[in-house]
Design a protein around this ligand. Sequence first.
Ligand code: ATP
Ligand code: MG
Length: 386
Amino acid sequence: MLRYIIIHYGEIALKGRNRQFFEKKLADNIKFALKEFGKISLFDLHGRFIVLIEENWDLDKVTEKLLKVFGIEYFAMAWNSALDLDQLSQDLLSLLKDKKFKTFRITTRRANKNFALTSQQVSAKLGELVLETMKKKVDLHKPDLNCRIDIVNNFVFIYFDKIICRGGLPIGVSDKLLCLISGGIDSPVAANLMQKRGAKIIFINFDSYPATPKENQEKVKDLVKVLAEYQHGCRLYLVPFLKIQQEIINKVPPAYRVIFYRRMMLRIASLIAQKENVLALVTGDSLGQVASQTVENIHAISEAIDLPILRPLIGFNKEEIVTIARQIGTYELSSQPFADCCSLYVPQHPVTRSDLNLILDTEKDWKFEELLDKAMGNCEIIEINN
Ligand code: ATP
Ligand code: MG
């Protein structure tokens, strides 16, 4: 029997006139994700994608790749039987030979109304057959094994497991975004959630080497590598930040340092956004998590630039963020204990309700443009390909 992957996509089917555009992107992204397996034969069948599985494919590896393609609702590794009940019965029995189970059910779905039997009838016939020849029990509610039969046009698929994906939109259907990534737990998750909504991400990190260890940069690169697997390669800007921090320490009250760090980060990010034609930034802020993330401080920080700042984690609890970080494989990396720039020179009691007038007053006569230009001139651009 030939084997196929059946790929179901959910949300993108709803998008009316854009549907073709979404489907094309998803098909391209699937082919790209599987490109190491050779030339991919993919076709559309009644609102699902079908991919022919070649004999030498490592299906665990294929699964791992497809789990990272946004826009897929679920997929299944299926066998194709025939539009013929006798053949279907034989094929099912031969597949069940190697399966360990005590209880089972048959679930038939039929998109092809020309098939002689209804879904009900197919399920009943096959159920009876398995009962009698294999002496197994039927359990419709919690079976050990669900034998799924999908009859679609001339295909009669048999499969057992549905592999549930994270849904979302195919990468590339939304405009690209620039994400401020630290080595922490939150910002990689924020980036991934925006990837889930179809945006390709460019990354920017601010680094205080040599006041912070070189390993910190490696950690950020490793995090970006993990996130690159969800999109076709990543660009990472590494911006030297120590000079700016030192200047801030000289100029502003200690309680305000982090606010000024952030305002400077946003200014540099918006210059890079301009250069990259990016219309919005992404950060990993979560309301109230740390002093810089109170509403007052978010307001005072955001005031520095005009670009919209997307904060997908704003309403998430730390536990929820950690759960996603583990799921996407960034948690372990993020948990490595290297000091990053924001842990440098931070007072014990940072301001939680900053005074915007004080901030604007401090910045009034401060010619920081030169500092920004220098940081831009010294930034390193790294292309990470997957
Ligand atoms: P994270 O876990 O992402 O570091 P956090 O909870 O530690 O977040 P902060 O340190 O206050 O929060 O940072 C808030 C956001 O500011 C981060 O999520 C990130 O988007 C951005 N940010 C902070 N530090 C840096 C940095 N060194 N380089 C780039 N972006 C940064
Ligand atoms: Mg942080």
